[in-house]
Design a protein around this ligand. Structure first.
Ligand SMILES: NC(=O)c1ccc[n+]([C@@H]2O[C@H](COP(=O)([O-])OP(=O)(O)OC[C@H]3O[C@@H](n4cnc5c(N)ncnc54)[C@H](OP(=O)(O)O)[C@@H]3O)[C@@H](O)[C@H]2O)c1
Length: 249
């Protein structure tokens, strides 16, 4: 191979991530916790956001001193602003990487979704990504590097029955990612959409294996999604992974 830089093998991702400041939303369980764990294990400083303060503090303590729990409802723009101020103080500057992962999923027919539930789903699955990007993209541009990772879903492109409060937010999150990607092209700041299929986390409650939903043992592991995020953020600086779509083999 002539003239190119060699991407780090997964076991060398620590060389790329050591000391980096990363924000992960929805980091108290499921995919977000798997991402936070993978990052902390590679030496990154990880600001972990979620609403439930006790679970967040416990999970952060398990990850060690590099993990910083910040209770935050990402549906609340003022709360996101306050959390990002805490992050900026802790990291002595804007984060290097933001993983917009927090999400909620309540599959029901449109007739059974209340307007309040719809608004909440849009706020968490779509609006929060705007609040986060709005808070950090300026500083990342000024620095000439950074990475915004959005966790989408198979349902950010495909409409399934029962996803009347979920897909509109996820389709929107994909659109927001696409716009951010285009606005940042050539700035050194990267943007990646990681869109998993069904993944074995608590988001399914008792629904796994019922109706059209696969059983848990047919789902992706949360660690597989974390691995895809790691892949995207450890490519050479000149490479942007625009979108990764994951499904069970
Ligand atoms: N699991 C799947 O099959 C699957 C497939 C495709 C995409 N996804 C996406 O992957 C992401 C993570 O899902 P998951 O399966 O890991 O879900 P999960 O296990 O239910 O975890 C969700 C996380 O988000 C946090 N969260 C929820 N609402 C929040 C809010 N308003 N503000 C801050 N944090 C909030 C939760 O903590 P608190 O409740 O304490 O706030 C928790 O940490 C979501 O965006 C989801 O749509 C999941």
């Amino acid at each position: 191979m002539a003239g190119g830089s060699t991407p780090p093998a997964p076991e060398h991702a620590g060389a790329v991530l050591a000391g980096r400041g990363v924000v992960v939303t929805g980091a108290s369980r499921g995919i977000g916790l798997a991402i936070a764990r993978a990052l902390a294990a590679r030496g990154a400083r990880v600001a972990m956001l979620a609403r439930g303060a006790d679970a967040l503090a416990q999970r952060a303590a398990e990850l060690g001193a590099a993990a910083l729990p910040i209770p935050c409802d990402v549906a609340d723009p003022a709360a996101v602003g306050r959390a990002m101020q805490v992050v900026t103080l802790a990291f002595a500057g804007a984060p290097d990487i933001v993983v917009n992962n927090a999400g909620i999923f309540h599959p029901r027919p449109v007739t059974d979704i209340t307007p309040e539930e719809f608004a909440t789903a849009i706020a968490v699955n779509l609006n929060a990504g705007f609040y986060l990007a709005h808070a950090v993209v300026g500083a990342m541009r000024a620095r000439g590097r950074g990475h915004i990772v959005t966790v989408g879903s198979v349902a950010d492109r495909v409409a399934f029955p029962g996803n009347g409060s979920y897909s509109p937010g996820k389709f929107g999150a994909r659109a927001l990612h696409d716009v951010i990607r285009e606005e940042l092209r050539g700035t050194g700041v990267r943007a990646t959409l990681v869109s998993p299929g069904p993944t074995d986390t608590g988001i399914w409650g008792d629904l796994a294996g019922t109706g059209r939903f696969p059983p848990r043992d047919a789902m992706l592991a949360a660690d597989a999604v974390a691995d895809a995020v790691l892949y995207a953020i450890t490519r050479p600086a000149a490479v942007n992974i625009d979108e990764l779509r994951l499904s069970s083999a």
